[in-house]
Design a protein around this ligand. Structure first.
Ligand SMILES: C[S@@+](CC[C@H](N)C(=O)[O-])C[C@H]1O[C@@H](n2cnc3c(N)ncnc32)[C@H](O)[C@@H]1O
Length: 310
């Protein structure tokens, strides 16, 4: 059984979910990198390489032909290109706005990349075209996951690798609700301590930005992700989890910051939030990720292989 739709999206048709995702991400594209701290320097490169290493359970090799699904502004592919881990890269996304930002990022970095506007469930590529099909934080937006996985398997070359990271875990998501609620409760005190004004709550947002509550369609258990890959005949399927303490810390700070006028938040706070997050990420990586069940972490990672032809 594929994962069920979340309550907020269960009333939308698959076509409406794709449309909401396109419009929301088109509007989000311009500020996406600053909102999520995406960058293409040493830190971004290290973060992406570490996620790929963790997902595979070994250091990544070199992939000559890659396809990214829901590539957004290029966080994964552009960082992997810069690290020399991939050769000819194709980035696909349903949002033309995201792809425009991705092309601008690639130009700025002097990187060559092909882009294609495409729905993950209908990929405009011939069979067996890529030796790595990858994605970050995208599966949870797709209404028909079995159809999407059939497409991933089709475009993978025999022996090729499938890799997805940054997918929300169902229990990890519920656990993260605790620090989010706590942050909402202490936000007035936090703003007072920092001398920050309260952010205006209505009227200014772009209409399409209000669609944010409808773009996330699933949160997964490790078993559900495993089954999606297994069902289309992929082999060596592996699901792992990452980020627990880092995530609680990150969501607490993000929730607090969202309640204040952005310009009133002092730089010292931003530095503390950033450094604290990186520190706790290391703690999660070294101490918790190999010891605790994948299901309780906030993010899930999936890798699998298409069996080589005999
Ligand atoms: C959360 S963003 C992640 C972007 C990028 N991978 C990253 O990690 O920064 C999800 C991306 O998936 C794209 N997306 C949503 N639905 C899609 C679909 N049906 N087919 C392809 N891409 C889709 C969105 O436009 C958006 O760029």
């Amino acid at each position: 059984m594929p994962p069920a739709l979340t309550p907020s999206t269960s009333t939308l048709s698959a076509e409406e979910i794709r449309d909401v995702n396109t419009r929301y991400h088109d509007v989000a594209a311009e500020d996406y990198d600053s909102k999520w701290g995406i960058e293409f320097g040493e830190l971004g490169g290290d973060q992406v390489a570490a996620k790929v290493h963790k997902a595979l359970g070994r250091p990544p090799g070199h992939y000559a032909q890659t396809l990214e699904i829901g590539a957004g502004t290029g966080y994964f592919t552009l960082n992997l290109l810069r690290a020399g881990l991939i050769g000819q890269a194709t980035c696909s996304d349903i949002s033309p706005g995201m792809l425009a930002t991705l092309r601008a990022n690639a130009r700025g970095l002097g990187l060559e990349v092909r882009t294609a506007r495409a729905d993950a469930e209908q990929l405009p590529f011939p069979d067996a075209s890529f030796d790595l099909v990858l994605g970050h934080a995208v599966l949870h937006h797709l209404p028909d996951l079995p159809r999407a996985f059939a497409e991933f398997e089709r475009v993978l070359a025999p022996g090729g690798t499938l890799l997805f990271a940054g997918e929300p875990s169902r229990y990890g998501d519920r656990l993260a609700g605790v620090p989010k609620r706590a942050a909402v409760a202490v936000a007035p005190l936090w703003r007072w301590a920092l001398g920050a004004r309260r952010a205006p709550t209505t009227g200014h947002e772009h209409h399409d930005a209000a669609l944010e509550g409808f773009v996330d369609v699933h949160a997964f258990t490790p078993a559900e992700l495993f089954e999606l890959a297994d069902r289309v005949g992929l082999v060596d399927v592996r699901v792992t989890g990452e980020e627990l303490l880092a995530n609680w810390f990150g969501w607490t700070n993000r929730t607090l910051e969202a309640t204040a006028e952005s310009g009133d938040i002092p730089m010292i706070w931003r530095r503390y939030a950033h450094r604290g997050y990186l520190l706790l990420q290391q703690l999660d990586r070294r101490l918790l990720e190999s010891r605790l069940p994948a299901a309780i972490f906030y993010n899930l990672l999936l890798t699998a292989r298409k069996a080589p032809t005999p």
